[in-house]
Design a binder for this molecule. Structure first.
Ligand code: ZN
Length: 514
């Protein structure tokens, strides 16, 4: 008999706590739609008491998503729970998720509360949340380092107060799989009323054991797992959705558990998270890394060609990767192009589609192979683009072991060409300094990443930047075979988007983002 595991995705809440990963409202809504398509049971959309931006984002997600439950996080206080409820009340399936720490270390140093006070606060929080909705989750922060008997006591009281899901987190990523499995089993057996509710696990990856610990929890009775796409999250991150889901899928007969996840949406979700946050997935990352299905060693290639099962335990198609990476060319029609966009997770309007198809044809005339990544760059540059105030007309960079890195830049600013030059510690720094000086902008560069779009030294370089100015955050992207030009394009793209945000403060948050 197989039992179903509830997948609770917290990419929008815990995942967003990764350094530099903050997302705006429109980005969160876009990601939530993909999470719904992926089939996650619960989307934790944010922590509304943390900021007004978080509150707005949870409300926007709650209004948009129809099939997944929408959870909002709240500390064990009336104010937090009020904000959480106000943000999710419009959801079709709302959930309030309240928490308090239970380990002595947190009680003593952070909360400065006694165990009895924590117990009382937990009960009051769950009761208060329950006055708004049937669907209440309670979490014991730092659960894995808490006294197991105290945990059972708090959990039992939370269930008595009406909690319907009880979550046991390994907040600091300290647990070992056998030990965590035993704790889950102990709590399961010794908590009054646990048989009436869902037991959940939430593991962090500080020792690289998040997936192993989560699976140990599931083997010992937990039936909800809290995860993020690509495993993003604070410090070393959270448990990754794709690893847990594909473990359950691939080793079904061993674990006897299933999920509702449409695994073919895993890759589109992974790419979207990476594109929105600017956090690149490491190439050897399980399931979603660029090399996860690449067979380089000759002996492996030979085996895979004869029969895939020799070295492949999962089919790339199962996680939404087309084996035929060389997808479109100049003879591809509009229909094939539209299909490809849909496969990549883009649902565009007719107008955008027509525009993009023309650009695609132009690119296909220049190059015979158009890869998925090239199409994503096209979408980013053509559709996510905003009216340009700044345009790059000319760039010359001098660098090397003897020269002081220098950039000479010609920009068109409001239609007028201007020229400037400047220095920096490296060629990209010199370029960015010069552009900032010429545009009179003071944005902070929060993130910079550079990637080769395809293999080989002739590959296009793709640069992604996140800029911050006056509370606005904008993502800029640029691609070019020359990495300095790609860097300049990305920076200017980001500046144009910041400019757009600054000029349109009255636009709704959703319109402002793209
Ligand atoms: Zn966490």
């Amino acid at each position: 008999m197989t039992e179903r595991v509830i997948v609770f995705d917290t990419t929008l809440r815990d995942g967003e706590q990764s350094p530099g990963a903050s997302m705006n409202v429109a980005e969160k809504v876009r990601l939530a739609i993909q999470l719904e398509r992926l089939g996650v049971d619960v989307i934790e959309a944010g922590f509304p008491a943390a900021s007004s931006g978080d509150y707005d984002a949870v409300r926007a997600v709650a209004a948009k998503v129809r099939n997944s439950q929408i959870a909002a996080l709240a500390r064990a206080s009336k104010e937090d729970i009020d904000k959480a409820w106000a943000s999710v009340r419009e959801a079709v399936h709302p959930r309030i998720h309240t928490f308090i720490a239970t380990s002595d270390i947190h009680l003593k140093h952070k909360l400065k509360m006694t165990r009895d006070q924590v117990l009382e606060a937990a009960v009051n929080a769950v009761k208060y949340a329950k006055s708004f909705t049937e669907n209440v989750e309670f979490s014991s922060e730092d659960g894995s380092r808490s006294d197991p008997d105290f945990l059972c006591k708090v959990f039992g009281a939370a269930i008595g107060a009406g909690a319907t899901t009880i979550n046991l987190p390994d907040t600091v990523g300290y647990a070992m799989p056998d030990e965590f499995g035993q704790l889950v089993s102990y709590v399961q057996k010794n908590t009054p009323g646990m048989d009436r509710v869902i037991l959940s696990v939430h593991c962090h990856n500080d020792l690289g054991l998040a997936t192993a610990n989560s699976l140990a929890g599931l083997r010992n009775g937990a039936r909800q797992v809290e995860v993020t796409i690509n495993g993003i999250g604070e410090r070393a991150g959270n448990t990754s959705l794709e690893e847990v889901v594909m473990s359950l899928y691939t080793r079904k007969e061993h674990l006897g558990l299933t999920t509702r996840i449409n695994t073919k949406e895993i890759h589109p979700a992974s790419r979207l998270v990476s594109m929105i946050t600017g956090i690149v997935v490491q190439p050897n990352k399980a399931v979603v890394g660029a090399n996860a299905f690449a067979h380089e060693a000759g002996i492996h290639q030979d085996g895979v060609l004869k029969n895939r099962m020799t070295y492949e335990i999962m089919e790339p198609e199962m996680v939404g990767l087309s084996t035929n990476r060389l997808v479109l060319g100049k003879h591809s029609g509009r229909h094939a192009f539209k299909r490809k966009l849909a496969d990549l997770g883009y649902d565009l309007s007719e107008g955008d589609l027509n525009h993009l198809f023309e650009k695609f044809k132009e690119l296909a005339d220049k190059r015979k192979e158009i890869l998925d990544e090239d199409i994503e760059v096209l979408v980013a540059e053509e559709i996510l683009r905003v009216p340009d105030r700044y345009q790059l007309n000319y760039l010359n960079v001098i660098s090397g072991t003897v020269a002081v890195p220098t950039a000479i830049v010609k920009l068109e600013i409001d239609g007028v060409e201007q020229q400037g030059a400047g220095f920096g510690v490296g060629p990209i720094d010199a370029t960015y300094n010069t552009i900032a000086k010429m545009t009179g902008t003071r944005s902070k560069l929060v993130r910079f990443s550079i990637n080769a779009i395809s293999g080989g030294t002739d590959a296009q370089g793709e640069v992604m930047v996140r800029l911050q100015e006056n509370g606005f955050v904008a993502l800029g992207k640029g691609a070019d075979p020359d990495i300095f030009t790609a860097s300049a394009k990305a920076y200017i793209n980001g500046l144009n988007r910041l400019e757009y945000l600054k000029k349109n403060p009255s636009l709704s948050a959703e319109e402002r983002a793209l």
